[in-house]
Design a protein around this ligand. Structure first.
Ligand code: G1P
Length: 290
């Protein structure tokens, strides 16, 4: 079955970026000149996704406006004959009806946010993208996962090795290698302390899940941080269905973290020929003071 729908949990308050996020959605923070959310949405469309489901909350209006037509800007760009920019902002608006919004009324956890999309997803496998996880790679991660899903016919999550001291920030796996870039998951735990973690193999924010997960999430059992965790639901799903991990190639940035966000900006800016030389010159200059 084709993966047609992708859920984007975007209700988070972004408290780590206050004051920037006082009146603005954290997903709208730009990496170079593009909001974080747009990278993930482009990745989803490139993977053949036909419907984007945003699970939003209060204060996310800018996010909805970003993917909507802007008559004022289009008009101004037409007048100024800025055809390139005009084309860019027109292409940003997906075909009418492609984006669906629903709300998570209370911050009860990632698992709960996904559960909020159950009726829109229905009875078919679907993708989940956490926009905070920005991945620089030649092989867009979700496209690779869709291909792997076609072959394995089972849920699959993106995984990478993290520093052992960092395990309490992630869902951590007990898994075994079954192919060059695929692990089969035996067990998983959300945010374990380093000395309790089964490994240093962490879940990164790309998932393809079977709809069975909604039945489990519907039980609303709370886990780490007293939240309804997606990892806990996947752990239960493991009793009935296999789940695989895809070890992607590429550099992942945690844009939910201030340092990770700065690193992402630098890495993506260095990819731009028009910015690269000046930035390298600047880095070399300030490096002398380190
Ligand atoms: C979430 C998931 C966690 C995963 C992480 C990846 O945690 O709960 O399992 O490893 O995303 O970024 P959060 O970052 O929302 O605390």
């Amino acid at each position: 079955m084709k993966i047609r729908k992708a859920v984007f949990p975007v209700a988070g308050l972004g408290t780590r970026f206050i004051p920037a996020t006082k009146a603005m959605a954290k997903e709208m923070l730009p990496v170079v000149d593009k909001p974080i959310i747009q990278y993930a949405v482009e990745e989803a469309f490139a993977a053949g996704i036909e419907q984007i489901i945003f699970v939003t909350g209060r204060g996310k209006k800018a996010l909805e406006d970003h993917f909507d037509k802007s008559f004022e800007i289009e008009h101004a760009l037409k007048e100024k004959e800025k055809e390139d920019l005009l084309k860019q902002i027109q292409e940003l608006v997906p075909r009418t009806g492609t984006i669906v919004y629903t709300r998570q009324h209370e911050p009860l956890g990632l698992g709960h946010a996904i559960w909020c999309a159950r009726d829109i997803v229905g009875d078919e496998p679907f993708a989940v993208l956490l926009a905070d996880d920005l991945i620089q790679t030649d092989k867009p991660v979700l496209s690779e996962m869709v291909n792997k899903f076609d072959r394995l016919r089972a849920s699959i999550v993106a995984v990478m090795e993290v520093e052992k001291s960092q395990t309490d920030k992630y869902g951590i796996l007990n898994a075994q290698m079954v192919e060059e870039d695929i692990v089969k998951i035996n067990d998983m735990v959300e945010k374990p302390k380093p000395d309790e973690a089964p490994s240093n193999l962490a879940i990164i924010g790309r998932y393809i899940l079977t709809p069975k997960i909604f039945d489990i999430l519907g039980k609303k059992e709370k886990g780490a941080n007293n939240e309804i965790q997606l990892t806990d639901a996947m752990k239960s799903l493991l009793k009935e269905q296999p789940i695989y991990g895809y070890k992607f190639n590429g550099q992942r940035f945690d844009c939910g973290d201030k340092v990770g966000f700065q690193m992402a900006n630098l890495a993506f800016a260095l990819e731009r020929p028009e910015m690269r030389d000046r930035l390298i010159k600047f880095i070399k200059e300030i490096q002398k003071d380190f």
